[in-house]
Design a protein around this ligand. Sequence first.
Ligand SMILES: NC(=O)c1ccc[n+]([C@@H]2O[C@H](COP(=O)([O-])OP(=O)(O)OC[C@H]3O[C@@H](n4cnc5c(N)ncnc54)[C@H](OP(=O)(O)O)[C@@H]3O)[C@@H](O)[C@H]2O)c1
Length: 253
Amino acid sequence: MPLKIIITGASSGLGKALAKHYASLGAILGLIARNKTSLESLVNELPDTVSVFYAIDVRDAESMQSAASDFIQRYGCPDIVIGNAGISQGTLTEYAEDSKIFESILATNVTGIVNTFQPFVAVMRTQGKGNLVGISSVASCRGLPGGSAYSASKAAANSYLESLRVEMFRSGVSVITICPGYIITPMTANNPFQMPFIMTAETAAKKIVHIINHKKIFSVIPWQMGIVARILRLLPNFVYDRLFSIMPRKPRG
Ligand SMILES: NC(=O)c1ccc[n+]([C@@H]2O[C@H](COP(=O)([O-])OP(=O)(O)OC[C@H]3O[C@@H](n4cnc5c(N)ncnc54)[C@H](OP(=O)(O)O)[C@@H]3O)[C@@H](O)[C@H]2O)c1
């Protein structure tokens, strides 16, 4: 039986690379993003694969439920659901106009994952199997200056995924949290700073597939970034504050 996989944020970057990787393994794909044209052209690039796409917003719970029902009706319950859709933008609390951006980042990066998993949790629990994969970020390990909304959203995503993992304990359903470091995608294209250990989207996708296959519950990729994340977490606040107050930041807007 081919694997059945739902991927959000499939129209670009990491999600697209994951879709192509799983397509090369003969998986049945359900691809979600807002940009219909990009999804259509991706599906046309994957001619030998059974793929359906849903041009919807992960913030819209009802649309996500309808897409999930449609996929389940056509192919049955997916084996893997990857909550990958995400946005990133520089934000500063002192600017009132950044409030809307805060809301949007939190709604996409946190509630978006909840909306992605919700329609599948009960079905997977009944079947006693399935993998719910959340794409977080290494930015979750400390509050990054200039990236407050993004760091907060990814830290919240980690906590949400941990709660869900414990809720699903011994159910047969795995909840997997993956925190990538820098990946070459449109999200990082305009970052005005050095990005250590940056990976191509294809390399990141391969690492993610390996993690899912091994059901590792929490991973930072690549491993070098895992060491950086550990060191950052161990840094006392007075050292972290001095060091990161002078670091270059993601620009606003
Ligand atoms: N690039 C990095 O260095 C990096 C590092 C760590 C973690 N990540 C995480 O990896 C994930 C993928 O990012 P990426 O680098 O591949 O970025 P990307 O190229 O900008 O892709 C983001 C994807 O999310 C989709 N998306 C955004 N908002 C959405 C919404 N409201 N509803 C549905 N889909 C939405 C976009 O599609 P539409 O615009 O068509 O909706 C697009 O397909 C994100 O969660 C990101 O935070 C990235």
